[in-house]
Design a protein around this ligand. Structure first.
Ligand code: AMP
Ligand code: MN
Ligand code: MN
Length: 345
């Protein structure tokens, strides 16, 4: 079965883009590879990181994933024996590989460790990099539904024979970032790569989905209900927004890293084009998550607010209280709705 090459879309590609073959060649020469997924790891960041780490190890290349945070409970299996919290893992001889993000601002306190590496490589699928980080090599493909698709293609370039743990990581990454193959970023290639994973002995996508989607804590379900109950609408029902306060977390017993799926519930409401969730991360810090269904460019909104992401899934962090952040974001979204739909709301 032939997999289509890079899928061309509306987004402009970065001019400097190394092929995954070139990156594979560089990785094969590395003494040690340390992989950096973005902070607040998600299924795609961890799926990409652990599948590449396991693949490199299968070729005898000393590899690790460097993390300084805990992995959300439902993604624990993506650790796959790859993670270390030891900053001394990186020295001047190490090749550092950033995945599922393309800016040191997205790796938090691990930035200094990343910058200590000898050679730097980036593999990402976000269209709005902050442009504040240069890499010796990079492959950025915004039309890829998941960075884990690129991880699969890289592993093929490396000549890795996929094992079950690698297939599980790749499937978790692809299924979470494509919203179970439902989001508009899903392409023929997304399905073709997922189909290829069935060639791996023992691969059972239902088992992976059960781990990822059927281990919610009851507290997180209560949190989700609370957000839905309090949701508010604007723009004739096309925009829905909700909030998660520190007080809500305390009342429900949920952890902030369990709340990622809630926005999808809001997005599934009939007539909604865009959903926003405001997450209070401190007295003066709000993390904003935005999604769009089919025509609104939330990536542009996030970028104007100092964040980034994709055209239909983006976010930003604002150093202000909830009361201040909400009107700022809602106003920008309303403006974008008017630009993209040429309607007045
Ligand atoms: P989230 O809503 O946190 O799931 O994020 C949606 C998308 O937006 C992801 O692809 C993130 O990489 C991106 N994103 C979220 N927050 C930020 C931020 N502060 N800066 C840049 N990109 C972000
Ligand atoms: Mn991610
Ligand atoms: Mn991703």
């Amino acid at each position: 079965m032939e997999l289509p090459g890079r899928i061309q879309g509306k987004l402009e590609m970065k001019t400097k883009n190394n092929s995954l073959g070139e990156i594979a060649g560089e990785l094969k020469k590395a003494k040690r590879v340390v992989i950096f997924p973005h902070m607040n790891v998600d299924g795609d960041a961890m799926g990409t990181a652990s599948s590449i780490c396991l693949g490199l190890r299968s070729l005898g290349i000393d590899s690790y994933v460097y993390l300084d945070e805990s992995i959300p409970n439902n993604l624990d299996f993506l650790e796959a024996g790859c993670c270390t919290g030891d900053p001394d893992i990186v020295n001047g001889d190490t090749t550092v590989l950033m995945v599922d993000c393309s800016s040191v601002s997205r790796i938090g306190r691990r930035k200094d460790v990343f910058l200590r590496g000898g050679r730097s490589i980036c593999i990402d699928h976000h269209s709005t990099g902050e442009g504040d980080t240069t890499f010796d090599m990079e492959h950025i493909e915004p039309d890829s539904a998941a960075c884990s698709e690129l991880a699969y293609l890289l592993l093929m370039e490396l000549g890795v024979t996929l094992d079950l743990a690698m297939a599980n990581s790749l499937f978790a990454g692809i299924s979470t970032d494509s919203g179970n193959f439902q989001y508009s970023n899903t392409t023929a290639r997304t399905h073709l790569i997922a189909a290829k994973l069935f060639d791996v002995p023992g691969f059972d996508p239902k088992a992976v989905s059960s781990l990822v989607y059927e281990r919610n804590s009851f507290s997180s379900m209560k949190m989700s209900s609370l957000v839905v109950e309090r949701a508010r609408f604007m723009c004739g029902g096309k925009l829905v927004y909700g909030e998660i306060t520190m007080d809500d977390l305390e009342r429900t017993g949920a952890q902030m890293n369990e709340t990622d799926g809630i926005i999808q519930r809001l997005m599934s409401i009939d007539g909604v084009e865009t959903a926003v969730i405001f997450k209070e991360n401190g007295p003066d810090l709000v993390k904003v998550s935005m999604r769009a269904r089919s025509w609104l460019n939330v990536g542009d909104v996030a970028q104007r607010l100092g964040g980034g992401g994709h055209v239909r899934a983006a976010g930003c962090s604002l150093k202000m209280g909830l009361d201040q952040a909400e009107p700022v974001v809602l106003d920008e979204l309303k403006k974008q709705m008017e630009i993209d739909s040429q309607e007045k709301f």
